[in-house]
Design a protein around this ligand. Structure first.
Ligand code: CA
Ligand code: CA
Ligand code: CA
Length: 191
C-alpha cells in the first residue's frame, strides 16, 4: 500500500509539473480601468463585451477562406490616444510574430469607432482553427503579449478554409461560336 501511495504522489506531481497543452499562446492583458473594447465584428464574429482586461472568446469563431478579404471592425469605449492592433496566427505556430500576422486597426484615436481594417487571408495560410487577438492600448501600439498597462485584450477563434473554387469562365471563342450558331439559325429560319 505504501508503494501505491507513493505512485499516486508521483503521478500527481507529474501532472502538476507537465506543461499545459492548452496554454500555448502567450498571455496578454491590460488594465481596463479607463478604456476597453466594446465590440469586435469579423466574418461571423459580432461580439459585444464589457471591460475585462483579458477576454477569452475563443468559443466565438469567424469563418474565412484563403485569398479572400474581410473587414475587421473594432469599437472601443472612452478612448484617449487609443491604439488598436489585431493579430491572426495564419501559420498556426501559436505566436503572432510571423510576416503578415499583424493588422493596425487604428492609431492614436479619440473616437469610439467602429474602426475598420480589411484583412486578406494570405495564400499559404494553414487551414483549420487558429487564433485572433485584438488589443487596445492607451498612448502607444500594444504588444502581442504580456501586460501593457491601460487597455484590453480579447482572443477569438478563426476557422480558415481553402480558397473558394474559381468561377469557370466561358472562353471567348465558345461565346463567339454560340453567337455564330444563333445567327445562322436565325438566318436559316427567315428563309
Ligand atoms: Ca471588452
Ligand atoms: Ca504565427
Ligand atoms: Ca512564428
Amino acid at each position: 500500500m505504501k508503494s501505491l501511495g507513493f505512485s499516486i504522489l508521483v503521478a500527481v506531481i507529474l501532472v502538476l509539473c507537465a506543461p499545459s497543452a492548452l496554454a500555448a499562446y502567450p498571455n496578454s492583458f491590460g488594465n481596463p480601468e479607463y478604456e476597453w473594447i466594446t465590440n469586435v465584428n469579423f466574418s461571423g464574429i459580432d461580439q459585444t463585451t464589457g471591460a475585462m482586461g483579458y477576454g477569452n472568446y475563443t468559443n466565438v469563431s469567424a469563418s474565412v477562406s484563403i485569398n479572400t478579404s474581410y473587414n475587421l471592425s473594432v469599437t472601443i469605449y472612452n478612448s484617449s490616444a487609443g491604439y488598436v492592433t489585431a493579430w491572426i496566427d495564419w501559420n498556426q505556430d501559436e505566436d503572432f510574430n510571423d510576416s503578415g500576422e499583424k493588422f493596425v486597426v487604428v492609431a492614436n484615436t479619440s473616437t469610439d469607432g467602429p474602426h475598420t481594417v480589411p484583412i486578406a487571408v494570405p495564400n499559404g495560410s494553414a487551414t483549420g482553427t487558429t487564433r485572433m487577438r485584438v488589443s487596445l492600448k492607451r498612448d502607444s501600439a500594444p504588444p502581442s503579449y504580456g501586460y501593457f498597462g491601460f487597455g484590453e485584450v480579447e482572443d477569438y477563434s478563426v476557422q480558415v478554409s481553402g480558397p473558394a473554387p474559381p468561377i469557370p469562365e466561358l472562353p471567348t471563342i465558345a461565346l463567339f461560336s454560340i453567337g455564330l450558331l444563333l445567327l445562322v439559325g436565325y438566318v436559316l429560319r427567315k428563309k
